[in-house]
Design a protein around this ligand. Structure first.
Ligand code: UDP
Length: 188
């Protein structure tokens, strides 16, 4: 049977080029606190690539949507919970780091399209609408009509400064594009 490797934008580490194309080799710290995840995903990609099995690699960028675990510690779930409780919104560092958040139904349809294709990947699956964490916090405060204030906490170690998928391959090879914009997805 065909195997889909749910890889990650973390294979790009703290990328020095943006947007990130699949051809970019990445900038990963092999020893840092994120290394087990990043390098684990990278070696999984290697194994798929050298395997004789029918495999396809999807590089999934930040995904969000209903039923995220509230204690997961992710930016979207933390910010929404904090905003709904009118508690301080904890932005790590200066909040100028960027992410590109893809609504879960878009991510899922991209993965299904990949499985149904003849591609072996890697193919980036993500929403190229890039946003700073500060902007995300402000958007969530506004959408939740919250009284929360933003507080800055220590930066996370090896936190990538920027992350934005180049989805040219997904568009041209799968005819896939995300269609839920961030404000709409956050309201869901
Ligand atoms: N982040 C933040 N406050 C939080 C949780 C996360 O500022 O309460 C930041 C985190 O440091 C990172 C970004 O939000 O810069 C996205 O973090 P997340 O864990 O959601 O995803 P990932 O780091 O895997 O991209």
């Amino acid at each position: 049977s065909r195997l889909l490797q749910a890889s990650t934008s973390e294979v790009y580490g703290d990328p020095l080029v943006t947007p990130q194309k699949e051809e970019y080799w990445g900038n990963v710290n092999a020893l840092g606190p994120r290394a087990c995840y990043d390098e684990g995903k990278r070696v999984a990609e290697t194994m798929c690539t050298i395997s004789s099995a029918d495999t396809v690699i999807a590089r999934i960028f930040n995904t969000y949507g209903p039923h995220m675990a509230l204690n997961d510690g992710r930016a979207v779930s933390n910010f929404i919970l904090q905003a709904l409780e009118n508690k301080p919104i904890t932005v790590h560092g200066d909040g100028l780091q960027t992410r590109s958040f893809c609504y879960v139904s878009d991510t899922a349809s991209g993965l299904i399209d990949l499985m149904n294709s003849d591609e072996s990947g890697p193919v980036n699956i993500g929403n190229p609408e890039e946003v700073t964490l500060l902007q995300l916090a402000e958007e969530i405060i506004e959408l939740a009509d919250s009284k929360s204030r933003i507080v800055h906490t220590d930066s996370a170690v090896d936190d990538p400064h920027q992350r934005c998928p180049d989805i040219y391959h997904a568009i041209t090879k799968l005819n896939w594009m995300p269609d839920v914009d961030r404000r709409t997805g956050l309201k869901y």
